[in-house]
Design a protein around this ligand. Structure first.
Ligand SMILES: [Zn+2]
Length: 359
């Protein structure tokens, strides 16, 4: 079968590899129909050595597909069901899963990253492949409801497993309440999804900050009341001008390099909250003036998204037409063109925001 594999910095290829098999009675096999290329995949592409990635690793952690086979102990998903997976697989029953923190599952791991988590060094399948072995299938897979399961809505369902739920998580962690002013920093797919999520929590003013007018236009159509192109104006000053000089009640920060974190902590009002979703802090030093945040009573909440905890609710919102996650996809390529998809996203070619690959 075809699978997208990492071979070194800047080197992702679609290889012929053996099909995965059921290894445990709790496994399922899924035939991928659509998979996403994530901003974090670009971090792996460009910084894989720092993360101790092993050449040949099957990559990708966002996918929708059809169940091909299930192990003897799998009770939920049945063969033929159309399913979506969160980027973290999880058993759904352990101490952390029962508390909604599926990203810390005691038997979990991240698809496409066999170098992380309790399965480090093991065989964890990547999502940008024709077939994927899904561990802990009962806890992990979400069966797509009939109204969304004819295959035409895969691009709307796919983001629930990572990019949309991550944007939603950022809004939850920033404690957005009805009537609030929320600033979303970053005009990538997560930022756009955070804008949509902020509308669900009743934010009165949603300020979307980015560097690209075309992406900010998607922010506007997703519910942003104001957009700031930080190439043309000072974002913090613009946010303060919109908030009587005080700053936003909540800031959702999706980039997380030093500059962006500084901007977030400066753009929030005293007593406000900043949630941190981006991964750039993995790859460079972060130096933040925490003592300044002490005097201003700012809450800072970084954290990876426990997507599985949100996916059932998000699926209901999608069925009800309250969210439009699919707007983040600008391109849908054949799986065999996955390497081109990575390059397009990395270089932001052809107006790309997010690229899907299909079988
Ligand atoms: Zn668990």
């Amino acid at each position: 079968m075809k699978a997208t594999c990492w071979h070194g910095t800047g080197d992702v290829r679609v290889d012929d590899v053996p099909e995965p098999q059921l290894l445990k009675p709790t496994d399922a096999l899924v035939r991928m129909t659509k998979a996403g290329i994530c901003g974090s995949d670009l971090h792996f592409l460009n910084n894989g050595e720092d993360l101790e990635m092993v050449p040949g690793t099957r990559v990708g952690h966002e996918f929708v597909g059809v169940v091909e086979a299930v192990g003897a102990d799998v009770r939920g998903p049945r063969v033929g069901d159309r399913v979506v997976a969160p980027f973290v697989f999880s058993d759904g029953t352990c101490f952390y899963c029962r508390r909604g923190l599926h990203s810390s599952c005691e038997h979990g791991g991240i698809f496409g990253t066999p170098f992380w988590g309790p399965h480090a060094g093991g065989e964890i399948e990547g999502g940008q492949s024709e077939f994927i072995r899904v561990p802990e299938a009962d806890g992990t897979l979400v069966v797509i409801p009939e109204s969304l399961a004819d295959g035409t809505r895969d691009l709307d369902v796919l983001p629930l497993g990572d990019v949309f739920s991550t944007g939603y998580h950022g809004v939850v962690n920033a404690r957005v309440r009805p009537g609030d002013t929320v600033a979303i920093l970053g005009d990538g797919a997560v930022g756009i999804c955070a804008v949509q999520a902020a509308t669900l929590f009743g934010a009165a003013t949603i300020i979307h900050v980015g560097h690209h007018d075309d992406r900010l236009a998607v922010g506007t159509s997703s519910g942003a009341t104001h957009v700031i192109n930080a190439k043309r104006e000072d974002a913090v000053e613009a946010i303060q001008n919109l908030t009587h000089g005080r700053g936003a009640d909540a800031v959702v920060e999706t980039i997380s390099n030093n500059d962006s974190l500084t901007r977030a902590l400066t753009a929030v009002r005293d007593g406000g909250a900043v949630s941190v979703l981006g991964m750039s802090h993995f790859f460079g030093p972060v130096d933040q003036p925490y003592s300044a945040t002490f005097m201003r009573n700012i809450s800072i909440h970084p954290g990876v998204c426990p997507s599985r905890a949100y996916m059932d609710s998000l699926m209901h919102l999608l069925e009800a037409g309250k969210i439009r996650p699919g707007v983040v996809f600008t391109h849908d390529l054949p799986l065999t063109d996955a390497a081109r998809g990575y390059t397009m996203m990395d270089r932001r070619e052809e107006g790309s925001i997010k690229v899907a690959v299909s079988t």
